[in-house]
Design a protein around this ligand. Sequence first.
Ligand SMILES: Cc1cc2nc3c(=O)[nH]c(=O)nc-3n(C[C@H](O)[C@H](O)[C@H](O)COP(=O)(O)OP(=O)(O)OC[C@H]3O[C@@H](n4cnc5c(N)ncnc54)[C@H](O)[C@@H]3O)c2cc1C
Length: 479
Amino acid sequence: MALKSSDEYVERLKKMKPNVYAHGRKIGRDDPILELPINTLKFTFEAVNDPELKDLLITTSHLTGETINRFTSLNLSIEDLYTQQEMKRKCCHRVGGCTQRCMATDTLNAIGVVSKEIDEDKGTHYHDNFLEFLKYYQANDLVGSTAMTDVKGNRSARPSQQKDPDMYLRVVEKNSKGIIVRGAKNHITMGPYVDEHLVVPTRNMTEKEGDWALSFALPADAEGIKIISRVVTPRPRIDLRAPYNTYGVSDSVVVFDDVFVPWDRVFMCGEWEFAGRLALTFAGFHRHSYCGCKPAVTDIILGASALVADYSGIEKTSHVADELTELMIIGELVYASGIAAAAKAKKTASGIYTPEFLYSNTGRYLAGTKIYHEYDVLVSIAGGLPSTIPPEEDWLNPETGPFLEKYMARKPGVSAENLHRIFRFISDYSCSAMGGWAQYAGVHGGGSPVMEKIGIRSEYDLESKKRIAKYLAGIEDEE
Ligand SMILES: Cc1cc2nc3c(=O)[nH]c(=O)nc-3n(C[C@H](O)[C@H](O)[C@H](O)COP(=O)(O)OP(=O)(O)OC[C@H]3O[C@@H](n4cnc5c(N)ncnc54)[C@H](O)[C@@H]3O)c2cc1C
């Protein structure tokens, strides 16, 4: 049994060397500022004991036969991809949004696929390195980051054209024991509370960009790594405690200041032809994950919109019904794209199934471009109160609380406390630092919508569509 408890996870974080910086301070991983973000990860350990979730979460390692957490597993069948998607939707309901841990699952799968392809082409041994690492990762129920997005400098310049070559993470030295890398990865979710950083390239490379074609895994507290973090949490509650307010997130700039990586932790080093393949394979898996987690966000927005409509007595008005139906369509279409991506998955040389890129991209694109519209619906139905609701202290104050309870009343039969709860939840969800974070994540996480459009175009068989039009128009085949 390779399942670890959330306490074991927290204990091992405490033992790591301090290299986390947050909000102007160098902090230990037991700093209270990280409590809520770490709670989100703890949930992924505790969910294996949850009667409603355990069958989705618990699986078997194909390497060792041991029971493992699905967040550490490979997708070795179409069924695995369906289960991943379902697991993400259900888990996201519980933490009110991103469970964060899926990113590493997607990265492991992508490295598994591409390391095998590199070995077959180049005679290297990256896939053996990967499998050994995966055994260790599964046996210890580890948490990994996805350190993909480089800081990128001038967006119009390729890695080799940057004024400062460190704008993309690169190898600066190789020796018999390993490699030394320099650069920084940006926006790295979970930076302060992962066991390992899983590093993959962010884009394709050209022949002269082999130094930037890099993939490896390294303990998050390895010498030379600095994790500069921003913590985002829902507003604290005093009396009105609610599950949503117990989870948070942190994203980091992860600096690799001449960091040594031993060869057995390297999965790509110089094979520039495969950098784009690895980046896109990760994107394919991760956008498939979004087809599970984004419908969960839609479910939350839909549920909150419908509930506040009920409480306000506007549930039967036609514009409310129409807007709620739109949310249903968005959520289920995104989810359906994920199912299609799984149904059309391809088995790769590694044995891992990759979701059909076209459908994981269309699902992710739809989710990314509709996210502000979804909040628009919530804000429109909720009215202005989530942005102006008096602080909880004023509800607790005996001089003002009774007035608030009296004058916030809506449909008869709805308790003052439940009204207070739904409006404060919507305020936290849509009109707060956490709400703003989720909106940006909804657009850019896993790749901005324009990147999905590029992905869709790049593999789309447009010629076949022209042939249909020619046939229907009676146009003979042209030379
Ligand atoms: C909340 C959140 C969490 C994230 N977590 C992670 C994580 O854990 N790991 C990780 O690796 N990444 C993570 N990301 C990064 C995410 O994948 C990127 O934000 C996304 O790929 C966009 O990159 P960018 O933010 O650097 O924006 P930019 O690349 O600056 O993009 C801004 C705009 O410029 C356009 N643009 C950029 N370059 C070009 C070009 N050459 N030609 C034309 N247009 C261009 C883009 O299309 C976009 O419209 C996260 C992002 C967010 C918001």
